[in-house]
Design a protein around this ligand. Structure first.
Ligand SMILES: *Cc1c(COP(=O)(O)O)cnc(C)c1O
Length: 414
């Protein structure tokens, strides 16, 4: 990080307090252009709001310059963000294995017409909600595909999952969902990988999905109008590094689609991809302040004002460690454990991390923190305020805000 950026972050920390997320929309625009350039020109790109549902980010990704992303949402809360960001219900793809009748009713009422479905019950519920509004909803069937390893993989069993229809039993399941009033089965949805570190593994996974989609279309007598091939585009998380680069992806995808689904350039099927972390990861930096330095039995602990309450990104799943801190030409570095302020030994951001020699009051910045930040953290645990979130475009501050939780009373108590 250069000096001016560090100074700019320090000024923002002074003005808005720490812990503080800074999201730069210019960087997010750049990521979006990069990904569109790596995909076939005809492809649509969905932004998974799960990665960062900040309204200014959802809005920026849904507007120009460059081609906008469509919202991929999984709750009525995310739907509200997409609508507030200027998108229409009909632009959204609504996904998730636990959709309730009530949320489907709300989604249909707000104009959502495309759902990724994971079970027979799911399609039935979509149908019931659509009928109640005199509507017909497009359902795409999420496919739990067998492993991509080996070309005859279609005969192997995939991993058991709450997501998707098992590919090998789809011939038996399809008749159960085919004619549900209020629905049309219009396509398939694959999402076999996340954060694929290896571009060729990603290309193989897409190829596998394309071949399976073509085979299911043929064997099941489906008419594919929409094919969501998922994502898996990689981005570093809380450590330095670059987004994934996919120089061969576009040509490989075009060749595979031309071969197996030759109508795809004319929307038969329309082909879509999804991304979360790739689009927003590098655009975010978490700035925290050192509260205390403590040595215990010869081991140094740097206690920050941000822990897993602010940058917990699914820490319960053990996906987070280790975080690193940017070292901007520090003369001296040392190894220490980076912890947050919470009263739990689980509040560790990084063990044995290389750090500049720090003092209480110093600012540290954690790079590539734009995805799975505040909303993927234990925000209410131990009752600290949520981190500030400042959206910038270069030097310009677009907005500054903070999430707030409060308890509301429910009726029905005497
Ligand atoms: C979470 C999710 C994404 C985004 O994943 P990233 O790894 O952040 O790109 C995309 N699609 C679906 C269906 C998801 O559940």
């Amino acid at each position: 990080m250069n000096r001016t950026l560090a100074d700019r972050h320090a000024r923002l920390a002074e003005r808005f307090g720490t812990p503080l997320y800074v999201y730069d929309l210019d960087e997010i625009d750049a990521a979006r252009s990069e990904l569109y350039d790596a995909l076939p020109r005809e492809a649509r790109l969905f932004y998974a709001l799960k990665a960062n549902p900040h309204p200014d980010i959802a809005r920026a990704l849904g507007e120009g310059p460059g081609r906008p992303c469509l919202p991929e949402i999984s709750s009525t809360g995310e739907l509200a963000v997409a609508l507030a960001a200027g998108r229409r219900g009909q632009d959204c793809l609504y996904t998730g294995p636990g959709k309730t009748a009530a949320e489907l009713d709300e989604a249909i009422a707000l104009g959502v017409r495309r759902f990724s479905t994971d079970s027979v019950t799911d399609v039935r519920r979509v149908g019931a909600a659509a009928r109640a509004h005199g509507a017909v909803a497009d359902c795409i069937l999420r496919v739990n595909a067998p492993s991509a390893r080996g070309t005859t993989a279609i005969r192997m069993t995939g991993t058991p999952s709450q997501f998707g229809f098992d590919a090998e039993t789809l011939p038996d399941t399809l008749p159960l969902v085919r004619d549900i009033p209020g629905t049309r089965i219009t396509g398939l949805h694959f999402f076999p990988l996340s954060n694929a570190q290896d571009a060729s593994a990603l290309i193989d996974a897409f190829r596998h999905s394309i071949i399976l989609a073509a085979q299911l279309e043929r064997d099941l007598g489906l008419t594919l109008r929409f094919l969501d091939l998922g994502g898996g585009f990689a981005a570093p998380y809380g450590v330095p590094g670059q987004r994934g680069a996919y120089p061969k992806l576009r040509a490989e995808l075009e060749a595979d689609l031309d071969l197996h689904l030759p109508g795809w350039r004319h929307d038969r099927p329309a082909v879509a991809f999804e991304a979360g972390r790739f689009l927003v990861g590098a655009g975010g930096t978490l700035i925290a302040r050192v509260g205390n330095i403590k040595v215990s039995r010869g081991h140094k602990f740097v206690v920050l004002d941000a822990g897993i309450n602010a940058f917990g990104g699914m820490s319960g799943l053990g996906r987070l460690l280790p975080v690193s801190v940017r070292i901007d030409g520090a003369a001296e570095t040392e190894t220490a454990t980076l912890v947050g302020p919470l009263c739990t030994p689980g509040d560790v951001l990084g063990r044995g991390v290389e750090l500049p020699v720090l003092e209480p009051g110093d600012l540290v910045s954690i790079p590539n923190a734009g995805a799975y930040g505040p909303t993927a953290s234990l925000l209410t645990f131990l009752g600290r305020p949520a981190p500030a979130e400042v959206v910038v475009r270069g030097d310009l501050v677009v907005s500054a805000s903070r999430l707030e939780h409060h308890r509301v009373a429910l009726g029905g108590c005497s």
